[in-house]
Design a protein. Structure first.
Length: 421
């Protein structure tokens, strides 16, 4: 049995290829079952995210037929294998185990140490369970991976420091306000950065979210995700005074908030402080706003220093994580080797039980024919010992004749024999 992963990710494949090899939830179940039916594939799982698609397989063959898998993907996704094959990577056994552990721990992510990938991997595991395409080895590997990722999160600082401007902005807000649940956040824009900011604020229990955007429909769609309130940019002056936190990220070429507008909002608030973060380039908030009392204004550059420091911290934590992963790979490989030995143990036990039954039948015949019980038991013990010893003794003599000291040493170790004095 061989473990195999074949995949593509953000580091080596363009988005145009990654999106064509994506496996949305509605086709994942049937695709897993088709993959499982490939020759020599005994187990299968598919991890599909915006940044990667990976096929995890347990294969009966010692050397897996990767081309068969590539051909299946090409047919399944209606794409020529020549278009995506140059971007593929593949690993087997210990290299595969190391890869899946690194992915789950965020060490192979676009943002080092990001936690979302672990949840996505758990989703992939559940999908494979539901499709009935997991067996003992691959299922055990997923469980081992989840435990290892938890250990990395617990024992290192890999996820302790924010490395996105959105998360850094929210963390800074938490330092300024005792309770976010008492605050109102006004988010200007409706792009990816604002969505991520809203997500972080929501997770931290923000009291209220207002989303302002030039296109009201986009603001409304985003606000609905977080139980928020949508306004258009033209309504901004009417709601600015409600905001304790203002975070802006638009593509506007001109400032959206000027000093005068913010000053008016402060008067309405009776100079209750406003925390403002301008994540846009060019700026959405005029630099002069910083001159106002009761305004704490930060730009993307202010946050970048924190992010750089936190990224260095994550890199140091990543080195510790790699050491943990080294140990976890060894542990799982030891378990895997033990599983491969089970068939040998079963064969050995079956042979011994067969020899036991044959010796027992002869002993029962002796008893039936009137042989004293003590004599029948002695005969049983003698016969059974001879049967159990015959083949190993023959093989040991042959090993000695052929100067196979390694086999003789192995016999001593397996049976814990005391060396003759």
């Amino acid at each position: 049995m061989t473990l195999l992963v074949v995949g593509i990710n953000y580091a080596n494949a363009p988005l145009s290829i990654r999106e064509r090899l994506a496996y949305p939830a509605e086709i994942l179940h049937s695709s897993l079952q088709e993959l499982r039916r490939l020759k020599d594939v005994t187990e299968a799982a598919i991890l599909s995210t915006c940044n990667r698609t990976e096929f995890y397989c347990a294969c009966a063959a010692a050397i897996p037929n990767q081309q068969a898998l590539i051909d299946w993907v090409a047919e399944n996704k209606n794409i020529s294998s020549q278009e995506f094959a140059p971007y593929l990577y593949s690993y087997t056994d210990s290299a595969f185990i190391r890869h899946i552990l690194r992915v789950a721990c965020g060490l192979d992510s676009m943002i080092l140490g990001e936690p979302q990938i672990l949840g996505q991997m758990k989703t992939a595991y559940q999908a494979a369970c539901d499709a009935g395409t997991l067996g003992k080895p691959l299922g055990k590997l997923f469980q081992h991976t989840f435990s290892a990722a938890k250990k990395v999160r617990t024992d290192t600082a890999i996820g302790a420091s924010p490395v996105s401007v959105a998360f850094a902005a929210v963390q800074l807000a938490q330092q300024i306000f005792d309770k976010l649940s008492d605050q109102t956040a006004l988010l200007i824009g409706a792009g990816e950065t604002i969505e991520l900011t809203a997500r972080h604020l929501s997770r931290q229990g923000i009291g209220r979210i207002i989303i302002a955007n030039r296109t009201y429909d986009k603001a409304h769609s985003l606000a609905c995700l977080f139980n928020g309130y949508a306004i258009s940019l033209t309504e901004l002056p009417n709601h600015l005074a409600e905001a304790d936190i203002v975070i802006s990220s638009t593509a506007s070429q001109l400032p959206i908030l000027g000093k005068g507008r913010v000053e008016s909002a402060l008067k309405k608030r009776k100079h209750k402080p406003i925390f403002m973060v301008d994540l846009a380039v060019p700026r959405d908030i005029e630099a002069e706003v910083e001159q106002l009392q009761d305004v704490y204004l930060y730009t993307v550059d202010d946050l970048q220093h924190t992010i750089d420091q936190n990224m260095n911290s994550r890199r140091e934590a990543a080195q510790q994580a790699e050491e943990i992963i080294d140990t976890q790979v060894d542990h799982f490989m030891a378990w895997l080797r033990a599983q491969e030995a089970q068939s040998t143990i079963r064969d050995y036990r079956k042979q011994a039980e067969q020899q036991r039954d044959e010796a027992l039948q002869k002993a029962l015949v002796l008893l039936k024919n009137g042989t004293p019980a003590e004599q029948a038991l002695e005969r049983l013990a003698h016969t059974l010992t001879n049967k159990l010893m015959h083949t190993p003794s023959t093989q040991i003599r042959l090993a000695a004749e052929n100067e196979r000291q390694d086999l003789i040493a192995a016999i001593h170790e397996i049976f814990k024999l005391d060396k003759a004095q």
